[in-house]
Design a binder for this molecule. Structure first.
Ligand SMILES: [Zn+2]
Length: 529
């Protein structure tokens, strides 16, 4: 039978401390739902005593149906000057209606004397009283978060031990050892937990931060030494360098160490991780282990060839196990196998000895010599394959475009110049008369995009559904100064189906490169219709 570790997520509390993250009420409800479906055991949802928003959230979440996940409220031990039964923080924790409560307390003597400014003995009393108050008032599970535990233990092991023993005496269900400053090495975690095991009966949990890049190693080492609860955040979000990343911890526990983990639900991990990055409005890290878009991406021809024969040659696990996918990057190393693999991935069947494949390889090499790169530009690559196969269709015939960029007088209120851009396009669509459209935009590319849409929507109304969502420019041969070539990468999304595709354009003229990528984006979409 596989071993059980309790998975505890703190994305909504510690994760939300990250610069740039701000979860709305709806965001939080969505995240709880996704993590419940994933099979996470506990989710910490905030401090009911710290702000009315969190308090309101606990009221709402109480009535939401959940399959498995337990809602945890977070707070601190009582204030030194309060009687335990009069401490508003503890009262709000009880009233939150949460399934479990985590309270943090000082276990480093330095913090008790410097931060709380109370005698060391008094700190022990308030830990014990606070835990026992929560237990007596009906909280089924109380976790004691031993703040700065490892730093405290290194400084004064006797006192730190006394502090967690006070929590044990108060009736805590798990003592969570926190590496709050993230400065502890994994071997220190290991040896400290070994010593604790001799002193304590109560189960241990682990909560680490990634300030030395050790958050994952520290968590794994704690589990190896017997910790049964692991705390972390999705995608490793958190203050400074972040918290331990559950998207790394869980598959390691499950695939490498034989723990139960999420069982079959682990197939949802990749999409949950990406869902949360969308909600957090953070770009999803390409090279994140297991769930990153590039975690199973192969580029060199030799690797691709080997992976096609047997994926174990360059993959430590099957990407499908965590719901990720193998990817083959089309690069200047592109050989036959890359092209074939990529075609298959795009759902295009090609015979490996066909003329179309030969032609496609020639085209890839030719384009790449000019500075094109098809990584991130699947849309343009598919159009290239269609050209090679002779199945590419042309939906409109562009006669010309003209662009005017105008700098107007300084806007006194904004202390900057007012810029306007206007694009004019002439084209023939289907059997129409020549179309002649003028459109304005926030910038030249925006004006061009607007003019293209205005020209095409009457003939292809589905174009209404697509939006340009990302635009990147890279300068290719920077030695030539302003005459350098640029590569533009455009990402487009179908707002109905959420399908995304990338297209590419290269030119010495940034407008031309952008226009090319825009045209590819629309043509790719029209081919699909
Ligand atoms: Zn923390």
């Amino acid at each position: 039978m596989s071993k059980k570790i309790f998975l505890y997520d703190t994305t909504l509390r510690d994760g939300a401390q990250m610069k740039g993250i701000n979860f709305s009420l709806e965001d939080k409800l969505g995240i709880v739902d996704q993590l419940d479906k994933l099979g996470i055991d506990y989710i910490e949802c905030g401090w009911p005593s710290s702000n009315p928003k969190d308090e309101h959230f606990f009221k709402l979440i109480k009535n939401v149906r959940k399959n498995h996940i337990k809602i945890v409220a977070f707070g601190s031990t009582r204030h030194a000057k309060n009687k335990v039964e009069e401490d508003i923080n503890l009262i709000k924790l009880v009233e939150s209606g949460a399934d479990a409560v985590t309270i943090f307390g000082k276990t480093w003597d330095l913090h008790a004397t410097k931060a709380l400014q109370i005698p060391l003995e008094e700190n022990l009393v308030l830990i014990e009283e606070s835990v026992s108050y929560l237990k007596k008032n009906g909280i089924k599970e109380v976790f004691f978060d031993a703040e700065h535990f490892f730093d405290g233990y290194k400084d004064n092991p006797e006192y730190s031990l006394k502090a967690i023993k006070a929590a044990e005496k108060g009736g805590a269900d798990v003592i969570v050892l926190a590496d709050t400053n993230g400065g502890t090495m994994y071997y220190e975690v290991g040896s400290i937990i070994e010593k604790l095991a001799k002193e304590l009966k109560i189960p241990l949990g682990i909560h680490t931060h990634n300030d030395t890049g050790m958050a994952l190693a520290n968590t794994i080492e704690a589990v190896r030494k017997g910790a049964i609860q692991v705390q972390g955040t999705m995608n490793g979000y958190g203050e400074r360098t972040g918290n331990a990343n559950l998207c790394e911890i869980i598959p390691n526990l499950q695939f490498k160490m034989g723990y139960e983990g999420l069982g079959n639900n682990i197939k949802r991990l990749t999409k949950t991780s990406r869902y949360i990055s969308e909600i957090a409005n953070m770009s999803h890290s390409e090279n994140m282990p297991y769930v990153g878009n590039g975690a199973f991406a192969h580029k060199s021809g030799v690797h691709v060839n080997a992976v096609m024969k047997d994926p174990r040659t360059y993959e430590h696990i099957d990407p499908e196990l965590i719901g990720n996918r193998r990817k083959v990057l089309i690069s200047d190393l592109a050989g036959r196998s890359n092209v074939l693999f990529k075609a298959e991935e795009l759902g295009i069947k090609l015979d490996k000895d066909s003329e179309a494949v030969k032609k496609a390889i020639e085209l890839v090499k030719d384009y790449e010599n000019q500075g094109y790169e098809f990584e991130g530009a699947d849309g343009s690559f598919e159009l290239l394959l269609k050209s090679a196969m002779g199945t590419r269709k042309y939906f409109f015939d562009l006669e010309n475009f003209r662009l005017i960029v105008e700098r107007n007088k300084k806007d006194i209120t904004k202390s900057c110049y007012r810029m306007t851009s206007e694009a004019t396009i002439k084209m023939v669509v289907k059997d129409s008369e020549k179309i002649h459209i003028v459109s304005e935009g926030d910038g030249p590319v925006n004006a061009l995009d607007a003019a293209l849409r205005k020209s095409l929507i009457p003939h292809y109304p589905l174009i209404e559904n697509i939006r340009l969502i990302d635009y990147k420019v890279r300068v290719l041969n920077s030695k030539s100064g302003t005459a350098s070539k640029v590569r533009v990468l455009v990402e487009t999304m179908n707002i109905k189906t959420k399908e995304k595709w990338g297209t590419v354009g290269v030119s010495e003229n940034i407008i031309e490169a952008s226009f090319e990528a825009l045209i590819d984006s629309i043509e790719y979409y029209l081919h699909k219709k």
